[in-house]
Design a protein. Sequence first.
Length: 329
Amino acid sequence: MSQNKNCQPRTKQSPTNKTNNNLRSVPATFISQNEIVCHSPTNTLGGAGTSVLISVSNNGLDFEGVSAEYKFVDEVEIYSIFPGKGSVVGGTVVTITGAGFSEENLGSSSCNFGESGSATINVISSTEIRCTTPPSSASENDGFVSLEVTFNGKDFTTSGTQFGYIPDASFTSMSPLFGPVSGGTVLLISGYNFVDSSKLSCKFGAVAVSARFISSSQIECNVPPQIQIQIDNSENEVVVSITMNGADYISPDESTSTTSASFTYRTETTISSITPSFGPSTGGTAITISGANFEFSKSLSCRFGVSSSRWERAHTHTNKHTHTHTQLN
């Protein structure tokens, strides 16, 4: 069978004008009597949004079948993504900013995460889309993959954007579970697969604060003052969650964890008097302390010494740890 076939675009405004200098023919590849393939030429017919009608010729002269419409659109580009990393189990919603995004023919659009697979696109605007990451493939587990998008199923971006898969973190416990309404309590959080990241943070309700990396199984953060938190319960409890990437937050699963997922704000203790106010250097003097808001607790204690701020205590505590780790931005 002859393979001397040509595809020719015709402007919608003048589909029968064979003398139009803007018309251009391109070679076609024969697949079967019912299918051929041709590659679109550079758009010389107008700006983005220009539509043309496609016709086909078997002999290079007589173009027939003017029934298919093709539109030239802006080239799709990726400028940035957030977050740049997510769990190997998938499920991270990645926001992509760029240009040329369109809601047309979304059935053929997708985000491609290397060998890990593709994901459907949710168009927010012509400059913003969102995709949910698939689980990482075995070969790409805990590593970086290329992230490119397509809106027609054929033409993918070539931005060189990279998305990083990181181990799935787990939040197993935290201590203490309560502290003063003024905030400043150093909250120690334990779990596994923690990473040292610039996005590492704790969230109290809707308020996020930076966290300090101690090891892959411990981080700590300073509790914000209650006045900054919107609490809608009489117990003054707020749910605590953590994130490695600034987007995916996790809390302890109270059905399987031995710790609560909530931190409770308590009225601060006050001291009105102590008796006696002095004793021998050998120690052992029983001192009665009077005041308000004392609680029966296994952590109930007194401290003797120069008072230091909670920030100084946290700073001293953090400096006791020396670790070798890789910084994840």
